[in-house]
Ligand binder design. Sequence first.
Ligand code: PLP
Length: 400
Amino acid sequence: MHMNEKGLSEKEIFSYLEHVKSEDTDYYKVLSSMCTRPHKIAVEAHRMFIEANLGDLGLFAGAHRLEREVVMMLGELLHAQSVNAQSAETPSGRPGEGSIYGYLTTGGTESNIQAVRGMKNLATAGKKIVGTPNIVIPESAHFSFDKVANMMGIEVKRALLDSEFKVDIVSVKSLIDANTIGLVGIAGTTEFGQIDPIEKLSKLALDNELFLHIDAAFGGFVIPFLENPQPFDFKVPGVTSIAIDPHKMGLSTIPSGALLFRSPSFLDSLRVSTPYLTTKAQFTLTGTRSGASAAATYAVMKHLGREGYRKNVQYCMQLTEKLVKGARKLGFEPLIEPIMNVVALRVPNPDLVREQLLKRFGWNVSITRNPRSLRLVLMPHNTARDIEEFLQDLKKITAE
Ligand code: PLP
């Protein structure tokens, strides 16, 4: 492939793009992804703000307003103290007082990196750390924390899980030492959809004067809409930051993540001066940022409201129950009773079953690492009929 000297016609380009797009999935028969088809209103809003750059927000005051409004809505959803939103960057370069502090990221990975970077900046400024600072995370944490470990000069210690795949508090406690700067809890683990004991982690964090970051990249748009939501957000006193992704169960477009902090000092610790922009400082990891995803998230959150998201979660939970019921009839038990729309199914030889499901029937499923089981995520793009068909195909493969 080379760059041609003379440009091709639009027709030629789009005919090629259509051909290539046919190689992509349209999410049909996808049971492995935490992303889904974005809501159509999000797509429209995204298109409308396609050129908006939140990295230079003096030029894009409208997109910046939408970012602030999204941060405010997310703050309300996650029980932050005040509803007076302030996004990461302001033309003055200082986050405002009495506000919800946060900004829109590209997703859970960036949010987790920035949360730990904030911990490191604050802790190393405030206390004498001799040696390498460390954080304690659950064994079940997303692989984005491997990137944190690799890029930030921080030791990442992994605490064991209990029999329900929640982080074991005794194990967390045993890993805390003089160089520990923070803890991480997961609200909606990638593999099991489990929620760590956030209140216990909060107590540990407060007792030891540690930061506590909650990775709710997936669960943030699920837990608040469950019938009996478990405490996981800023209502829990020790929680200092939360990652939540509108591009997963929030039905927004990619790249839409968000990082919220309890206090402005966190954002301040991420501050970098930006001498040649329309703003004085940036608190974000990336420079140029999509205003389109801010508009998309604003549109879908306002359009669906709490009622719409509740229905969305109810729908996914109904699919989850249907799948578990059908699997039990086939003799396969889930590793845990599903908390949210993620099922880890104990089947014999899961790697082979996964391979066969794809090869023979076109199903995309994934595998949990430890123990190895079939991991299925029931998303808005799945239907009850899909689940019935999947169960029939699973029966055929496992009966052989
Ligand atoms: N955190 C959790 C719990 C996740 O499940 C994921 C992705 O599935 C991430 C972080 C990373 O999100 P992203 O891929 O949007 O960066």
